[in-house]
Design a protein around this ligand. Structure first.
Ligand SMILES: Cc1ncc(COP(=O)(O)O)c(C=O)c1O
Length: 400
C-alpha cells in the first residue's frame, strides 16, 4: 500500500513550475533552450527594497513575527489598499502569507466543505482548480470565449451558480489571457452576485499594476462596496515588484475569515519570512514610479510578440490588456503533420513538438482550461522574444 494519501491523487504538480524547471534542466544539460514559460518578471527587485533588507538584518529582524504579519507590514498593506483600491481594511482584516498562492490556499482550506463548488472562469491560473480539489471542493469551470475577450459574462456566472457555490474566483489582469474588466463589466458581475448572498468572491489582483494602453484597474469590492463583507482581495509583491522568490503575498477580507486563515497558517508555515516582510513593507511604502515604467517596457514587448505571432501561419492572438502573457490560438496547426510524420492532435502535442524541434519552451492551453492555445510569456528580454518568435515561425512553417 502506498504511503501517499488519496487526496494527493486529486491534484497535479503546477504545470508552469514543472515547465520552467524542465527548461532549466535542459539548459543545464547543454541544450540551447529559449524558455518562454516563466510567470515572473525578468527585472531585478528594486534597489530600495534590497537596501531595506540589509537594514532589517542589521536590526535583527530575523525572529518569528506575528503569524498574520508584522504590524508595520500590515500598516503598509492597509495604506496600499486605501491608495490604489479605495478599500478600507483594519489590521484584523489583513493577512500576510508566503505568496499570494498561500493566501488562496488558506482561504479554500478554511472554507470548503466536501463537494462545495468554486466557480473558476477559464482560461484560469493553473492552481485554482487544484487547490479547490485539495480542499475537497469541486471546481466548476466556466469557459470565457475569445470573442468575449476571455471575460466572464454575467449570464454565464448566473447559470453557473448553484446552492453549493461557495466561491467565485476572479483574476484580472488575467493569467493567461491578459483580460481586464472595466468598471461597468465588474458592476454587471456584481449585480449577479448581489442576488446570491451565499457566494463569496476571491479576487486575485496580483497583476494589478501590469496593464496596458492606459487601462484603469478596478477590484470588485471597490466597485460594489456591499460585496466587501464577502470578498477576499488577494494581492502580493511578486509581479509588480519583481519579488517572486521572496514569497510574500497578502489578502484583505472580513475578520472572521482572516482569523480562520491565520489559525490555519499558525499550524502550517507560521509567519512569512521576517526579512521578506521588511522587503514588502519597503516595496509598498517606497517610490512607485518604476512600476509603471516597467509596465511600459512590457507593453513594447507585447506589441512585438503580438505582431510576430499574428504573422505565423496557423497562429492567431489578440493583444493582452494586462499581465505578461500572450495566449495564442493554435487551432490552425491542429491536425497538421510534423516533418517526422507526427500528427499534432492537441496544444500539448504542439508544445512537445516546439521543444523537440526548436528547443522552444511554451505552455499548452490545456493547463489553463482552454484549448487549443499556447501561452507565451513575454517576461523575457527582447532578444529572447525575437529568437523565440523566430523558432515558433520555423516550427509552424515546417508543418504539412
Ligand atoms: C494569477 C496568479 N495568482 C497568484 C500567483 C501566485 O503568486 P505568488 O504566490 O508568487 O504571490 C500567480 C503566480 O504565477 C499568478 O499568476
Amino acid at each position: 500500500m502506498s504511503i501517499i494519501a488519496a487526496r494527493l491523487s486529486r491534484i497535479k504538480p503546477s504545470p508552469s513550475s514543472m515547465a520552467s524547471q524542465r527548461a532549466r534542466e535542459l539548459r543545464a544539460a547543454g541544450r540551447d533552450i529559449i524558455g518562454l514559460t516563466s510567470g515572473e518578471p525578468d527585472f531585478d527587485t528594486p534597489p530600495n527594497v534590497c537596501d531595506a533588507v540589509v537594514r532589517a538584518m542589521a536590526a535583527s529582524k530575523t525572529k518569528y513575527t506575528d503569524v498574520g504579519g508584522t504590524p508595520e507590514l500590515k500598516a503598509a498593506i492597509i495604506a496600499k489598499f486605501r491608495r490604489d483600491n479605495a478599500l478600507a481594511y483594519a489590521p484584523n482584516e489583513v493577512i500576510v502569507g508566503s505568496g499570494g498562492k498561500q493566501i488562496i490556499f488558506n482561504a479554500l482550506m478554511c472554507t470548503l466543505e466536501p463537494g462545495d463548488e468554486v466557480i473558476v472562469p477559464a482560461p484560469y491560473w493553473v492552481s485554482y482548480p487544484d487547490i479547490a480539489l485539495l480542499a475537497e471542493g469541486w471546481p466548476v469551470v466556466v469557459t470565457c470565449r475569445p470573442e468575449d475577450g476571455f471575460k466572464l459574462r454575467p449570464e454565464a456566472l448566473e447559470q453557473a451558480i448553484t446552492p453549493r457555490t461557495r466561491w467565485l474566483v476572479l483574476n484580472a489582469p488575467n493569467n493567461p489571457s491578459g483580460a481586464t474588466y472595466t468598471h461597468d463589466e465588474l458592476r454587471a458581475l456584481a449585480g449577479v452576485l448581489m442576488r446570491h448572498p451565499n457566494v463569496w468572491i476571491m479576487t486575485d489582483d496580483i497583476y494589478e499594476h501590469i496593464r496596458y494602453d492606459g487601462r484603469r484597474f478596478f477590484t470588485i469590492a471597490q466597485v460594489e462596496p456591499a460585496l466587501k463583507e464577502r470578498t477576499l482581495t488577494v494581492n502580493g509583491v511578486s509581479k509588480a515588484y519583481a519579488m517572486t522568490g521572496w514569497r510574500l503575498g497578502y489578502g484583505g477580507a472580513p475578520a472572521e475569515l482572516v482569523q480562520a486563515m491565520t489559525k490555519l497558517q499558525s499550524q502550517s508555515t507560521s509567519n512569512a519570512c521576517s526579512i521578506s516582510q521588511a522587503a514588502a513593507q519597503e516595496a509598498l511604502n517606497g517610490p512607485q514610479g518604476f512600476v509603471a515604467e516597467r509596465a511600459r517596457i512590457f507593453q513594447t514587448r507585447r506589441e512585438n510578440v503580438v505582431a510576430a505571432v499574428n504573422r505565423i501561419p496557423g497562429l492567431r492572438c489578440h493583444a493582452p490588456e494586462g499581465a505578461f502573457y500572450v495566449y495564442a490560438s493554435c487551432a490552425g496547426i491542429i491536425g497538421k503533420t510534423t516533418p517526422e510524420g507526427r500528427v499534432l492532435g492537441s496544444d500539448a502535442d504542439f508544445v512537445i513538438y516546439l521543444l523537440e524541434s526548436q528547443n522552444l519552451a511554451l505552455l499548452q492551453g490545456e493547463a489553463y482550461g482552454l484549448s487549443p492555445f499556447v501561452r507565451i510569456s513575454f517576461a523575457a528580454t527582447m532578444e529572447m522574444l525575437e529568437e523565440g518568435c523566430r523558432r515558433l515561425r520555423l516550427a509552424c512553417e515546417a508543418l504539412r
